[in-house]
Design a protein around this ligand. Structure first.
Ligand SMILES: NC(=O)c1ccc[n+]([C@@H]2O[C@H](COP(=O)([O-])OP(=O)(O)OC[C@H]3O[C@@H](n4cnc5c(N)ncnc54)[C@H](OP(=O)(O)O)[C@@H]3O)[C@@H](O)[C@H]2O)c1
Length: 292
């Protein structure tokens, strides 16, 4: 990559961001399309988040991705927020246009695209979402928007799941929502009443690779089993599913497609998805620790 006086700059705002894979993916994509753009890490401590938008404006950034812990805090500094990001309550992509800060959420679309490419459509499906954190919000809203019939949320802190159900049921009144404590008893009772199960907890993520949200000895429902965790790609949860012969979807697709959508928002060009995928997989295969 050659940085020149005309290079357009984007980056990733988060804390920490040193392990982010997004700079590698986006810089490979810019190079593949011959675009004079560069993507850099932008570590911002939580107490400095209000300084972000003046800085992006001052330095003529084209935009940025936003990751933990800023996805919600950044919203109040946007001039405009896309309806999807507003519904979810989080911004993961900023576009700077004529000095105005436009906020988007590409996680929900990224997740949906990763399911659709495996041939699974959430339309009419009964879905079980494990976890109720930031990623769960994007997953639940994308399933609802895609026409799921029923969505249950199981979380260690059941109040957080109840809060999410409250938020979403006011927008999607026709869908059946419920929440439960994530426990061996509720998992056991879940048996065959779901078509899709999604792990959005961080259980199973490197270095705790022997952890899973699903207790050993409890059979998984006859459903498509999806894990958002992608370090490692084959999590313990996905191995449990594979040992029961169930179809699985790993977390790499969501990471690739949320990045592709952000790339398209910034550049106006279709993202080279194959380049994003190849870059991501080649790094993940090294087994080092990374984050989104
Ligand atoms: N593939 C992708 O593109 C993508 C995108 C975003 C996130 N992710 C992955 O998704 C995971 C969650 O991210 P997030 O941003 O949603 O994090 P978060 O907001 O911190 O939420 C973490 C979730 O995990 C649960 N949890 C954590 N430790 C647990 C434990 N020991 N036992 C039971 N539940 C536990 C939390 O439950 P409590 O509410 O009880 O604390 C909460 O539901 C991470 O592994 C992240 O890398 C992947």
């Amino acid at each position: 990559m050659k940085i020149t006086g005309e290079t357009k700059i984007v980056g990733i705002l988060g804390y920490p961001v040193a392990h982010s894979l997004s700079p590698l993916m986006h810089n490979a994509a810019f190079a593949a399309l011959g675009l004079n753009w560069a993507y850099i890490p932008l570590p911002v401590e939580p107490e400095r988040v209000e300084k972000v938008t003046p800085a992006l404006r001052t330095f003529n950034f084209m935009g940025a991705n936003v990751t933990v812990p800023h996805k919600q805090a950044i919203m109040r500094y946007m001039d405009e927020i896309d309806p999807v990001a507003r519904e979810i309550g989080a911004v993961n992509t900023i576009a700077v246009r004529d000095g105005r800060m436009l906020g988007f959420n590409t996680d929900a679309d990224g997740f949906l695209q990763s399911l659709l490419e495996t041939g699974f459509s959430p339309r009419g499906a009964r879905c079980l979402v494990l976890g109720a954190g930031g990623a769960a919000r994007a997953v639940v809203f994308s399933l609802a928007k895609a026409g799921a019939r029923a969505i249950s949320i199981f979380n260690r802190t059941v109040e957080r799941a109840a809060f999410l159900v409250d938020d979403i049921s006011s927008v999607y009144a026709d869908i059946r929502f419920s929440c439960e404590l994530l426990s061996p008893q509720t998992l056991d009772a879940a048996n065959n009443s779901f078509d899709l199960v999604v792990n959005t907890t961080s259980l199973g993520m490197f270095p705790q690779v022997d952890a899973s949200p699903w207790d050993d000895g409890i059979p998984l429902p006859e459903a498509v089993i999806c894990d958002l965790v992608y370090t490692p790609i084959q999590t313990k949860f996905l191995q449990q599913a594979a040992s029961q012969g169930l179809p699985t979807v790993d977390g790499t697709g969501m990471l690739i497609y949320q990045g592709a959508k952000a790339f398209e928002i910034w550049t106006g060009e279709p993202a080279p998805v194959a380049v994003l995928r190849q870059t991501l997989l080649s790094v993940l295969k090294t087994g080092k620790q990374f984050s989104d």
